[in-house]
Write a protein that binds this ligand. Structure first.
Ligand SMILES: [Zn+2]
Length: 571
């Protein structure tokens, strides 16, 4: 239905980027002769118990690259802080080699003879406590029922160039016989041998324990859904939705069949309202509240995680400061692709788009530059999603600009395809700001690219297109949002800061420097009061005030028959 947007021959040109060679596959000689023999790294896992806790003992073997080899210890992943506490009993087992602290908790320095084979050992001891909820899914999960983690959030290894080809072995043979185990690299195998660029190995996902496995083999792809917990839907219903979303995205990218794909689905302890997903090599993981249904919101989440297979995992390794693109543009497509496929209605599409645009327009950090935003320390709260919402608004802007300039011949889709094309081959280039803007420069004028850079990087305002195709129109609406009138980041340090003298917090008696012992703020419900427990003149006091504030935002309204999806998409 949108094939006319493709250049001729596109389907032949696009190859699947996540080339992972499992077990027997040998890459072409060209790779070997160009780079020499790939470096090898071997991880061996053994389930253990430490105190009351299930844990994993890990041994990792590799060759020291130099007199001093930098060793990477996980510290933070996906909003989960202090992961360094998960790594315990880290030691070097090679005689004569030593391990010293580095500049920060995320780095150790290994002293060994260059080229010497060294062995490190450590235990992964999980940190979860209390209710299992965000961001605990981003820590290594190891408990009596199951385990689920990835190299980035759980493993210690030498720092290697992210695009270098590496031979990695993951040895899980010590797992109890009969225990379900799946990973990015297949189902059923316990000894995984992989040759792939290092960043794709680091993006692997490992899952084992009380998972129920659903499988299909279609279009030469083995799709595995690993589910656990009880849900309001059947495994078969979830599997069918996942299958449809994956097929739609493969169609969109004109991707070659992938040999294997894994989806894990596990519950949060919350009854409803939280869901989260993360994309990995040949896999994504989903967490939903256990009373959730598989509705349009979940379809969107699936589409989002699947989209990461290409943005950014098939575009080259990307630093997290690129999230305005890797996340923001994925947010744009998480809505567009299900809409194009008829998996969500136009009404739903507009609803989610408007929600993201409202978040962007009312974000307290809206004018903050990308670099400044990354220097703020926060893991939740308003503004946490800035790269997502700013990027989604920017994607909308670039798509409209490209369509207009090309008279409808090209769209944002073409830029996305180009970025994947550029990253084919054994050593994909990094996905940097410069590379992204250069890709847009093929479809936009120099002034437009400069404007785009200002919006993405400097925090300049993103003007929203006046219309969406012929079916929706931008209009100004008045909405109620929550504005606390102080810097909510200061709650982390338990001391109030950034009180706006003209804001509601000030009027209620809140001042800079007051100690906070309790707070509740409902950003989703402006009708609820803000409650702050603060210490005033040595006395604990509870202060209530309303943060409701009327703001003007721009939202899209459907014109005409809003549900005639095909006719209404500009795509
Ligand atoms: Zn994402």
């Amino acid at each position: 239905m949108y094939a006319e947007r493709f250049l001729k021959g596109r389907a032949v040109k696009i190859a699947l980027m996540i080339l992972v060679f499992v077990s027997t596959t040998v890459p072409t000689g060209a790779i070997e002769s160009a780079q020499g023999r790939p470096r090898s790294i071997i991880f061996r896992f053994r389930p253990i118990t430490i105190g009351e806790k299930r844990a994993f003992h890990v041994e990792v073997r590799f060759r020291a690259s130099d007199q001093v080899t930098a060793i990477r210890v996980p510290t933070r992943w996906g909003g989960a802080p202090h992961l360094e506490e998960q790594t315990q009993n880290l030691k070097v087992l090679t005689h004569g080699a030593t391990l010293e602290d580095g500049a920060d908790p995320g780095e150790k320095k290994l002293q060994a003879r260059p080229g010497e084979r060294v062995k490190l050992a450590y235990d992964i001891v999980p940190l979860q406590t209390g209710l299992f909820r965000h961001p605990q899914e981003h820590m290594a999960i190891i408990n009596t029922d199951y385990f689920l983690f990835n190299p980035r959030n759980a493993l210690v290894y030498p720092k290697l160039p992210s695009t270098d080809l590496v031979d990695a072995t993951f040895d899980w043979r010590a797992l109890p016989k009969g225990l379900p185990f799946v990973s990015s690299f297949g189902d059923g195998k316990r000894e995984l041998r992989v040759r792939a660029p290092w960043f794709q190995i680091q993006d692997a996902l490992f899952a084992g324990g009380s998972f129920r496995l659903s499988k299909s083999f279609e279009n030469r792809t083995t799709l595995v859904l690993a589910t656990r917990g009880t849900w309001k839907f059947t495994d078969a219903e979830a599997f069918e939705k996942i299958r449809r979303v994956i097929n739609e995205e493969n169609k969109f990218w004109h991707a070659n069949p992938m040999s294997f794909f894994l989806v894990t689905l596990a519950p949060f302890d919350d009854n409803s309202g939280t869901n989260d997903g993360s994309g990995f090599t040949n896999a994504f993981m989903l967490f939903l509240s256990h009373e959730d249904t598989f509705n349009a919101v979940r379809v969107k989440l699936l589409a989002h995680e699947m989209f990461h297979r290409w943005n950014s995992m098939s575009m080259g390794p990307a630093d997290e400061v690129m999230q305005w693109f890797t996340e923001g543009f994925t947010v744009y497509y998480e809505m567009v692709i299900p809409l194009r496929a008829g998996l969500i209605t136009y009404t739903d599409y507009l609803k989610y788009l408007n929600r993201r645009l409202q978040e962007y327009q009312t974000s307290p950090f809206r004018k903050v530059s990308n670099a400044e935003w990354w220097n703020l320390s926060h893991t939740s709260g308003p503004g946490y999603g800035l790269p997502y919402t700013r990027g989604a608004a920017l994607a909308l802007w670039t798509d409209a600009a490209i369509r207009e300039r090309s008279g409808g011949k090209s769209s944002l889709d073409n830029v996305m395809f180009d970025l994947v094309d550029e990253a084919r081959g054994p050593k994909p280039p990094e996905l940097t700001e410069d590379r992204v803007f250069a890709a847009f420069a093929r479809y936009l004028g120099p002034n437009q690219v400069a404007q785009m850079r200002a919006m993405a990087v400097d925090g300049a305002d993103i003007p929203l297109p006046k219309t969406l195709g012929k079916c929706a129109q931008l209009e100004q609406v008045t909405q109620t949002v929550v504005d606390t009138g102080f810097d909510e980041k200061s709650l982390e340090s338990k001391r109030i800061a950034g009180v706006d003298p003209l804001g509601p917090a000030y009027r209620a008696g809140i001042r800079d420097g007051q100690e906070v012992f309790r707070f509740s703020i409902y950003h989703d419900d402006p009708s609820k009061d803000i409650l702050l427990g603060v210490v005033i003149d040595g006395k604990e006091e509870m202060i209530n005030f309303s943060g409701a504030k009327r703001v003007e935002t721009n939202q899209y309204r459907a014109t005409g028959e809003g549900n005639a999806t095909r006719a209404c998409t500009p795509f």
